[in-house]
Design a protein around this ligand. Sequence first.
Ligand code: FE
Length: 302
Amino acid sequence: MKMSRRVFIGSGAAMAAIAAHQFSRPAAVRAQSGGQLNLYSARHYDTDDALYQSFTDRTGVRVNLVEAEADQLIERIKSEGANSPADVFITVDAGRLWRAQQDNLLEPVSSRVLTEAVPASLRDPDGHWFGLSKRARVIMYSKDRVNPSELSTYEDLADAKWRRRLLVRSSTHVYNQSLTGSILAARGARGTEEWARGVVANFARPPEGNDTAQIQAIAAGLGDIALTNTYYLARLLKSENPEERAIAEQVGAFFPNQRDRGTHVNVSGGGVLRTAPNKAAAVQFLEHMVSQEAQEIFAKGN
Ligand code: FE
């Protein structure tokens, strides 16, 4: 039996339709509290089913999954208000967890299991959210045209030696906003603006596509280096499609800033909603996500 209903939401209208379809009787959902958990997730990975199934196997709690972009989920939780069936909110970056917290949607959780498993730097100090997996944003490079000894730091990407060689997805994407946040913390506002101008001046093309598209563009010779998360390269390396594997073979991953603050790491994480009808199950769910069993699924799946 499949434990979760997978819903992928592309627009506000579709969201409203699915809301009406899936949660037309919130009172009934609440009446069965304990037996199920309503998970609003911005993760879109097929392997996540195994994660949620492992929780159901362990606890008997059924997981009802709603997937959408994080901002859409935040809007949905706000519009559902006190009647929201959402128990747990999961995103693929700390930036949106912070936004949900700013909107007062998250309940502080105090759990020794969580505070012991998750390093303090990867969770909210008051327990509004917890990082569940780390994701490094690194420099990908053409093995043909770049010697990794030429690479060093994120700051160096603004250097004129990379003119017309750098590929990156749009700055509207939260991965890049979080990375820029890390530059801001390290270099201050003026330094960050200068850096951003240098980076833009080095673009090989106007930003387009996702992280995978940047790696493909290196292989196609459109640029020599790119900023992407590591798992996009791992996915291509493990692809069933030999052409994708051939693309990945041409690209190396470099972890910048090893001599100072280290490579920028974001988290995929989650928190319990203030209005969660199944709070105990929600905390139990987060605790399961940091267990050895779930952590292995995270690492191998992504
Ligand atoms: Fe991603």
